[in-house]
Design a binder for this molecule. Structure first.
Ligand SMILES: Nc1ncnc2c1ncn2[C@@H]1O[C@H](COP(=O)(O)OP(=O)(O)O)[C@@H](O)[C@H]1O
Ligand SMILES: C[C@@](O)(CCOP(=O)(O)OP(=O)(O)O)CC(=O)O
Length: 212
């Protein structure tokens, strides 16, 4: 994977950027449109791998946290799949883009400095831009793999998605529609059984990386 993201690594942003003394053994970077099931898939993988070895790191975590503080909003409601989050999504996107344009690795660095980054397996649940994918390739390339989660518009609508101009046609939702060679493509339209068999290949890869 190419890795020109324009941020200069510093001691706090290199592969030792986590609060862990050892770098991650496996990093899976997930992308997908809203309501495709990124959280569902990463929760399911973490459930199987166990919270002691596997952490879900959300790039939107530090973004929402800072945005909530600055705008006196309820962080817990920005973090779940609520209408409250959707009400502020456009504003959060614009706020985050201002930060990213000054420093494309800003949220990647913060997410990987959180406590969860002590775990050997990182599930990065929400890459949205080429610069996100490139940051992980640049800092953790040897252990990074990419996963695209897709669901049909019909399925997404059943999960509550409503096409919104200014969101669904912008970089936040479309920035990774092309240009990345995904290591795995997960189709998340169907039953749990369909998903299980697709996740098995990823689980085998992680177990191999962990040497178990
Ligand atoms: N395979 C699945 N089976 C059942 N429910 C699912 C499945 N995938 C996603 N969902 C549900 O659809 C909704 C949106 O999924 P979510 O993971 O929050 O999407 P995203 O993080 O991509 O926006 C959630 O309520 C979630 O529980
Ligand atoms: C401002 C955002 O970070 C909000 C992301 O919120 P979520 O990651 O909760 O979104 P979905 O799971 O896809 O519904 C988007 C961005 O452009 O950074």
């Amino acid at each position: 994977m190419a890795a020109p993201d324009g941020d200069s690594p510093s001691p706090s942003s290199s592969s030792s950027s986590s609060s862990s003394s050892s770098p991650p053994r496996c990093v899976l970077v997930f992308s997908g449109k809203r309501k495709s099931g990124k959280d569902f898939v990463t929760d399911s993988l973490r459930g199987r791998l166990g919270g002691d070895v596997c952490a879900i790191l959300r790039l939107s975590g530090p973004l929402k946290s800072q945005f909530a503080k600055e705008h006196r909003l309820q962080l817990d409601k920005l973090l779940d799949a609520s209408d409250y989050k959707e009400r502020y999504r456009g504003d959060m996107i614009r706020w985050g883009e201002a930060r990213r344009s000054a420093d494309p690795g800003f949220f990647c660095r913060l997410a990987t400095q959180s406590d969860g980054a002590r775990c050997p397996v990182w599930l990065i649940s929400d890459a949205r831009r080429r610069s996100d994918v490139d940051w992980f390739a640049r800092h953790h390339g040897a252990v990074t793999r990419t996963v695209r989660v897709s669901a049909s518009d019909d399925t997404r609508r059943k999960r509550g998605w409503v096409f919104t101009p200014g969101i669904d046609d912008m970089e936040s939702e479309c920035g990774l529609d092309s240009g990345v060679q995904w290591d795995w493509n997960i189709r998340n339209d169907g039953s749990d059984g369909d998903l299980d068999s697709q996740l098995q290949e990823i689980l085998s890869h992680v177990e191999l990386q962990l040497g178990s």
